[in-house]
Design a protein around this ligand. Sequence first.
Ligand SMILES: NC(=[NH2+])NCCC[C@H](N)C(=O)O
Length: 400
Amino acid sequence: MTELPAPGVRSEVGRLRTVMLHRPGNELRRLTPRNNDALLFDGLPWVDRAQAEHDAFADALRGRGVEVLYLSELLTETLHDPEARQVAIDHTMTDLRLGDTLRRYLVDLAADQGPDELAEIMMAGLRNDEISNTGSLVAALHAPDDFLIDPLPNLLFTRDSSVWVGDHVTITALAMPARRRETQLTELIYQFHPRFRGVDRIHGWDKEFLEGGDVLALGEGVLAVGVGERTRPAGAERLARTAFVEGLAHTVLAVPIDQDRATMHLDTICTMVDRDAMVMYPNVAHRLGAVTIKLDEDGDLVIEPMEPFLDAAARAMGIDRLRLIDTGLDPVTAEREQWDDGNNTLAIEPRVAIAYERNVETNERLAAAGIEVIAISGSELGSGRGGPRCMSCPISRDSL
Ligand SMILES: NC(=[NH2+])NCCC[C@H](N)C(=O)O
């Protein structure tokens, strides 16, 4: 039997061995023009096509020797464990909106389901017209198509709901109400799935907001954490302190980003494509700043004054210069391609990255800079505003 690659991620570009994806499922069929904004989608994806695009993404990874794990399969396998089932049901049903009668009904209903059906309820949610008479005022007064358990269409973006820092896994705390429940699922998987037995977990879904799309492993022991619409300063501070104390990092850069949908995570602005090179949204490249955080001998955080991100990053990484791949685009093209996740690439080894094909100009500039671009189509996947990096959670990468 061949050994499974040991879990652990210490860079953005080390050879990718294992990744967790989520093939979009019925949770996407829940999106309507009335709920898509709250559920953080800019349109209504054609689900069959989104699945086909996602299968092509997974094939591109497998074609390069990457092991693809699916969140839904891990979840279903996890739900074979009676203790995990109990925790899953308790967490899913804590919502105060339900009231005691409906909660009791739903707990019983959930307890009767097999692992597949229970996983499906946890991911795709439950509508009022999908259950029968409950004797609950809450159910009686809700419209038939109201959700009693909300669907999780953003599970697709596995980047955000957990992030490996060295050999520890971070259970993140997602800022938007539509995504909060996602990290209860990732916590369940990492806590109970046999594959992850013995793995140390840090942070937690009940902690300060911290999203994986904001966390970049710039190099061994160096993290950059975007702080903006999603990750809050307190979330970045807790991650920094924990990473120092656990010996997972020696330097953390906190990087303020605009609190806008277009720049919701640091990885919508920049991603690494080589040991010492990034592709970055040109409209912000030279005004991005960073605050360097370290730990002193007394165990106190040392927080340095703000300086240009590229300088702070190079110093922390111990290199002369962090190369910026200048996409040299005019500001309008740059803005369009940034919106379509042109800067959100997934490196599978140094100088090889997966990117959306639609960002023609950004991809040309990457190729001209010596980066092999594996282009995938994302016309439907992109309607949730996330690219290849957002749609992947690396579990194992080789050290550089
Ligand atoms: N790492 C990322 N950039 N993730 C993108 C997440 C997109 C998702 N619809 C959201 O709004 O949360």
